[in-house]
Design a protein around this ligand. Sequence first.
Ligand code: NAP
Length: 292
Amino acid sequence: MKLIDGKKIAREIQQEIAEKVVQIHKRKPGLAFILVGNHPASQTYVRAKQKACASTGIVSTLRSFPSSIKQNELIEQIHLLNQDETIDGILVQLPLPLHIHEWAIMTAIAPEKDVDGFHPINMGKLLLGDESGFLPCTPNGIKTLLHRYHIPISGKKVVIVGRSNIVGKPLAAMLMQKKDDCNATVTVAHSKSEYLTEITREADILIAAVGSPHFINETMVRKGVVIIDVGINRLTDQTLVGDVDFQKIAPIASAITPVPGGVGPMTIAMLLKNTFISYTTSIPKAPKKTEL
Ligand code: NAP
């Protein structure tokens, strides 16, 4: 069994970005984080992402707002960042307070600065196979991990358990593209899927994005399967575990990601990569207001 070390690959990618950023002698790439409220997990995620920015030379700025901020005030702040020529990427840390509509916020970000890849323009480009958009970070991190470990995707049966807008759906769209590095036969399962075990046992590559600890057990996979565990679940004793029962499945799998240290670090590495792409891209970056 091969351990797919996301931490190591993420470090390599960050190093590659740092080597390019150090050669820039004018303005360095800039990434703005927007944090609303004082959700401890969100604060931790933003801190980790800012630390990763610092390690590559990307300049990050944090705009924090109280949870009482009104939706239109937040949108106004995003418009200011859309027009700021020192900012290449804007990331709004989710979740947002209930009175703020995620859709309104995500569509306020200029697609050219949407380094999370959640804007409908970027999602649409992904679906259509147009490579000029930003790819969402977690799915892109998963694809990159498979490539860097030389795990073939083309022609393989990929089963994704989970159909969220941030993982399952974009990942399915990405891996099914008619491209040499994709070409997978993708099945997406969810909570209403019948005969889930029969479906998952068909997989050459099984990707779990459920949000339920140890949901995938050894009866649900066949020998030699490649396992990508996206889940991040905190148990009552504070241990972090994935959606896959690692101990039971690792001996059967041909390759598997651990949790932590698998997909998580890759998500951050892809955010930095998108920011760097945004910096270098020739797409003009000063939209007045997003038109959506
Ligand atoms: P989500 O929006 O809650 O979606 C969970 C998906 O799992 C849904 O499609 C749901 O089906 C499906 N599901 C739930 N119970 C099921 C069952 N019994 N059988 C089959 N499918 C079932 O979650 P998410 O945002 O995609 O995140 C999933 C996990 O990945 C979480 O643990 C999250 O923390 C983690 N995550 C990690 C990263 C990273 O960087 N490593 C990034 C994002 C998310 P329905 O659609 O029918 O409800």
